[in-house]
Design a protein around this ligand. Structure first.
Ligand code: 3MF
Ligand code: MG
Length: 394
């Protein structure tokens, strides 16, 4: 514990010092008014590299994985779900994102009641580690029933299966105490254009969303957009498309979007702009921050490691527009490099959290007066250089 004497009787200055100290990783234990124009602050340093965040952060169990890719096998051992969850809690995460079958493995073999009781057991595990569930996402891309897609499959039976998984995901979300479903529409689109009508696919998707809205009057649906991979042409590639689907649905107030940085880049868009667009509609309810080197396969790199300025701007737009004020989480969707050893299984998460928080600090330092001056003078070269210096100087 440290004792700091503040020789100023202006309460606002004392409060500013308190905020500064807590941002620097100190916990304020007590503030004593010495009644002689000075204050004594009792503080405790929590962690050497601790950075206070404005946000609550979330992560999915798939973010710690074995390293298999399309061309090679696993390079690390599987880590059990409870072990992952315990580690996420220790790392400071506030919530966990789930696929339906992360939450209830082998759910296809279970009755509806059994699915709910398994989910309740998971809720007890989350409570033990003081974690919330952020959302449940039906995994409609692994099963033999989803080879041709889920909601937009050409097979009636497979579309029925997709809805069954969507309804079970809602049941699981309710058991976990969360009200959000994520639809990452992995195979909703085509690998052969002529195999499906884009008009019919769009209508089928809206129809499935309407059925989910009708199944549960409280549930909210976040569409996680992605332009391609594993399919070639997605039926819902960007947040603009997601907003249009929302507007066409039976309850636009319950259909919003989740933006993943890499997915926007794969569409050739700036994720900060996509974030801004959905925020303007009041419909950005989740993010998957990560990074990507150009328009190739989805890389899920640690946040900010490739495109630092864009990462800064994602943080900036989120912070300027009250993201998080209605309980939204900053979700990470990152993968550690395949080359990493077992002991490095969580390194990308540590790094992404640290980078996100350092960028929060940069946004806090952003000089809005200087920005206004540059805008008034239409001197955007000066503004751009200011941003570069802000990011590159210590
Ligand atoms: C795919 C993704 C997925 C989704 C997840 C939740 C592996 O590109 O980003 O993460 O985010 O399935 O919907
Ligand atoms: Mg994602």
């Amino acid at each position: 514990m440290a004792k700091i004497l503040v020789c100023d009787d202006d309460k606002e200055i004392v409060e500013a010092i308190e905020i500064y100290l807590s941002q620097e990783g100190h916990q304020i234990l007590k503030l004593l008014d010495n009644e002689d124009g000075t204050y004594t602050l009792f503080v405790k340093k929590i962690k050497e590299d601790f950075i206070m965040s404005k946000f609550k952060y979330s992560v999915g169990p798939w973010n710690v994985h074995e390293g298999a890719d399309a061309y090679g096998p696993a390079t690390r051992e599987t880590i059990d779900l409870e072990e992952k969850i315990k580690t996420f809690a220790e790392m400071g995460f506030d919530a966990i994102q789930f696929h339906d079958d992360d939450a209830v493995p082998n759910m296809n073999e279970l009755s509806e009641g059994e699915v709910v009781s398994e989910a309740k057991a998971l809720k007890a595990m989350l409570d033990k580690y003081n974690l919330k569930a952020e959302f449940v996402a039906p995994r409609l891309w692994m099963d033999p029933h989803t080879v041709d897609g889920g909601f937009t499959s050409n097979s009636d039976e497979d579309r029925e299966f997709a809805l069954w998984r969507a309804y079970r995901s809602i049941d699981i979300a309710n058991a976990l105490g969360c009200d959000k479903i994520v639809l990452w529409l992995a195979r909703e689109g085509t690998i052969c254009f002529e195999s499906k009508s884009p008009v019919e696919s769009t209508k089928k998707l809206i129809d499935a969303i309407n059925k989910m809205l009708a199944y549960d009057k409280n549930i909210k649906i976040m569409i996680e957009t992605k332009p391609n991979e594993p399919i070639d042409r997605s039926v819902c590639p960007t947040l603009g498309h997601a907003m249009a689907i929302s507007a066409t649905s039976d309850d636009p107030s319950r259909v919003g979007g989740l933006l993943e940085s890499a997915h926007a880049m794969l569409a050739g868009l700036d994720p900060a702009n996509e974030i801004g667009f959905a925020l303007a509609m009041g419909k950005l309810w989740g993010v998957h921050l990560n990074d990507q080197n150009g328009m190739k396969f989805d890389q899920d790199k640690s946040f900010g490691v490739e495109n630092l300025r864009t990462a800064f701007n994602q943080m900036k737009v989120l912070m300027e527009n009250g993201f998080g004020n209605n309980g939204e989480y900053i979700g990470l969707d990152v993968k550690v490099m395949r080359t990493e050893k077992q002991s490095g299984s969580y390194k990308h998460l540590e790094n992404s959290l640290k980078i996100a928080k350092m960028l929060e600090e940069k946004v806090n330092k952003f000089d809005y007066d200087f920005q206004k001056k540059c805008v008034a003078e239409r001197d955007y070269e000066a503004l751009e250089m200011y941003v570069m210096e802000l990011l590159m100087k210590g």
